[in-house]
Design a protein around this ligand. Structure first.
Ligand code: PRT
Ligand code: ZN
Length: 297
């Protein structure tokens, strides 16, 4: 499939930790993606003027910076490492996507006791994120040697390449399996939607905006719940105070129950059992919490 100038181009990871959730996000935004073959470099959306460019995550910032892809989905770790190497910004982050969460951490051998940051002075630290690590070291006034490695960073101490590592951690199992323990947080990351800062024509800009609006809706919907409850009027101030992230709830009278009202609200934060218990204690009854299927803000 050759590049079609009339369509938007969105760079996503072809296969890896971000691939499935990137595609799911687009599906949730109503896009029907045509299944390309295993070796395809692109996948077309059937019902939206968009082509996915399926690439390695490390290449996504370059594609977006150059404007080959107007949009991209990439981890902030990869994005920031790339951006730190540029003389001026060329990519704009437009939305956090809430998946692919991980943290770039410095780790030391388990056997090291009583770690404190100054202990890094003069030491060697192996990482695939040399720019992020250097920025951290500079910010903290530490003089350590950064050893850049492309992968298998966690093996560096055992191989005698470096005393410390600086690597991405999600569950911590990999560090653990290699006899390492995290000692300092360098950078927290999640997948983000990015946009090129190269000028794009009006038609593309309009398509991109339409897609962003849908994606914003999907993100907002993921956490949001619709709450309906009954309450005595006097309890309204306490109840609206407890409702998480609800703005301007609807309050309607209940026929046949003077002094009582029904409250309806969209809560843009998670609603936990504890919240329901507090609502009940404040006087609420018949509390319903419902998922929201679609939302356009
Ligand atoms: O082939 P391609 O270059 O596209 O993929 P890749 O192998 O470079 O990247 P991939 O698929 O591993 O990760 C893509 C993105 O997912 C990263 O850039 C991060 O933004 C995000 N992400 C989230 C992670 C992790 N969690 C993660 N745990 N990326 C890597 N890891 C690795 C980490 O490097 C370490 O080796 O997983 C291991 C640690 O995991 P835990 O769970 O044992 O702590
Ligand atoms: Zn990669």
């Amino acid at each position: 499939m050759s590049r079609d100038e009339n369509r938007l181009h969105l760079a996503v990871q072809k296969s890896g930790r971000l691939s499935d959730q990137s595609r799911q996000l687009l599906k949730d935004a109503g896009l029907k993606l045509l299944q390309g073959g295993r070796n395809e470099l692109a996948a077309r959306a059937e019902n939206f003027p968009l082509d996915l460019m399926l690439v390695r995550d490390d290449d996504i910032p370059t594609f977006v910076a150059d404007g080959v892809c107007e949009l991209g989905i990439v981890g902030q770790n990869v994005l920031e490492e790339y951006a730190l190497g540029l003389p001026e910004p060329r990519i704009e982050q437009v939305a956090k996507l809430g998946f692919g969460r991980c943290s770039l951490k410095i780790a030391a051998p388990d056997s090291l006791r009583g770690f404190e940051l100054p202990m890094l002075g003069g030491k060697r630290i192996a990482t695939s994120y040399p720019r992020l690590l250097r920025r951290f070291l500079e910010t903290n006034g530490l003089d350590a040697e950064v050893v850049a490695m492309r992968g298998a960073v966690e093996l560096a101490p055992r191989l005698g390449i470096a005393g410390f590592v600086c690597d991405l951690v999600s569950t911590g199992a990999t560090l653990d399996a290699n006899g390492l323990a995290p000692v300092a947080d360098v950078f927290d990351s999640e997948a983000v939607l990015v946009r090129t800062m190269r000028p794009i024509d009006a038609a593309h800009a309009e398509q991109a905006q339409a897609l962003l609006t849908r994606i914003d809706g999907v993100i907002a919907t993921a956490e949001s719940k619709y709450i309906v409850l009954n309450a005595p009027e006097g309890a309204l101030p306490a109840i609206t105070h407890i409702l998480p992230g609800a703005e301007a709830p609807t309050v309607v009278p209940l026929i046949g129950r003077p002094g009582h009202v029904a409250v309806q609200a969209v809560c843009q934060e998670s609603v936990f059992w504890e919240t329901l218990e507090r609502l009940k204690a404040a006087g609420a009854s018949a509390i319903l919490v419902m998922p929201i299927e679609k939302m356009m803000l």
